[in-house]
Write a protein that binds this ligand. Structure first.
Ligand code: PBG
Length: 329
């Protein structure tokens, strides 16, 4: 049987019918809102490459928590800008640093807001790399995987002690999920889930973030630890390793240029899967919309729907509050 008996357009005739048969709904509860907290600021500072996104003083964390909650967005993920940086990122272990303080203030203001923290040293190192520098046997400089694990594990514990609901390692060191799990369990945080940035590519789309979090590498690039954009089988390997080490949730990052990878990981793992709609993806839509090239609202919702349709259960996105408002949150 085919046309003229079969007419797919029948189900597209009204908004009500379209909503009824929509396969991939989008809701404010699908979003995690990334936020930047600074130890140095006293007023919010706009991030020039990310319209509508600010670095906030830690003292604003409570009111920001309320703003997110009022929009119906259930979760945030926090990044920190410390007053000073060092060579190892150990300054990021200060329990009174911007992230632990923001966690405490947000949880005090809105106890049922889910507060996640990014666990990585790049925000805290002078050189901007996601690990401690060391030397290979041939004398060349490299990020020392195993030395970095110790700092990361300690940082996760500092965040958990401050009250973080979920810790999210974004460094791409080998073995870090296991290292975090052992450290958390050793301190009694057996109930703190790990959201692993399991599949994270070395991407040009992190450009604006490096201004936002002040973490551009001062030499070289991150290709020695982040994944090569040409690799999809390797995504399955990374996801399987993190699952075996005890990750509670996985993430693919970036999202838009990697929708196929989101689908591949979704089909291979039963863990909840997030996708990070990163800073460059956000900036791209805003830049096009500012020049009148497309509708920001429609492009935003279509983009977020595509990430969910590819298989992500939730999306870390700077569009979270604006999209939630459009969705009636
Ligand atoms: C590393 C980290 C980065 C992002 C999140 N965590 C930057 C990087 O790897 O260079 C990027 C997020 C974005 O671009 O929105 N701690």
């Amino acid at each position: 049987m085919g046309f003229p008996t079969i007419r797919p357009r029948r189900l597209r005739a009204s908004a009500e019918l379209r909503a009824l048969v929509r396969e991939t709904p989008l809701a404010p509860t699908d979003f995690v809102y990334p936020m930047f907290f600074s130890a140095a600021l006293t007023e919010p500072a706009p991030i020039s490459t990310m319209p509508g996104i600010f670095q906030y003083p830690v003292s604003h964390a409570g009111e920001q928590a309320k703003r997110v909650k009022e929009r119906g967005v259930p979760a945030v993920i926090l990044f920190g800008l410390p007053a000073k940086k060092d060579a190892t990122g150990e300054i990021g272990l200060d329990p009174d640093g911007p992230v632990p303080r923001a966690v405490r203030e947000m949880k005090a203001a809105v106890p049922d807001l889910l507060v996640m923290t990014d666990v990585c040293v790049d925000e805290y190192t002078e050189h901007g790399h996601c690990g401690i520098l060391g030397k290979r046997v041939d004398g060349t400089v490299d990020v020392d995987n195993d030395a970095t694990l110790e700092v990361l594990a300690k940082m996760a514990v500092v965040h958990a002690k401050a009250g973080a609901d979920v810790v999210a390692p974004s460094d791409m060191m080998d073995g870090r999920v296991g290292a975090l799990r052992r450290a958390l369990d050793g301190e009694g945080f057996t109930g703190t889930p790990i959201l692993s940035y399991a599949v994270k590519y070395a991407s040009a789309f992190y450009g604006p973030f490096r201004e936002a979090a002040d973490c551009a590498p001062q030499f070289g690039d991150r290709a020695g630890y982040q994944m090569d954009p040409g690799n999809a089988r390797e995504a399955l390997r990374e996801a399987a390793l993190d699952e075996a080490e005890g990750a509670d949730m996985l993430m693919v990052k970036p999202a838009l240029a990697y929708l196929d990878v989101i689908r591949t990981v979704r089909n291979a793992s039963n863990l909840p899967l997030g996708a990070y709609n990163v800073s460059g993806e956000y900036a791209m839509l805003h830049a096009a919309a500012e020049r009148g090239m497309l509708s920001l609202e429609r492009a935003m919702l279509e983009t977020l729907t595509s990430i969910r349709r590819a298989g992500a259960d939730f999306i870390l996105t700077y569009h979270a509050l604006a999209a939630a408002e459009l969705l009636g949150g």
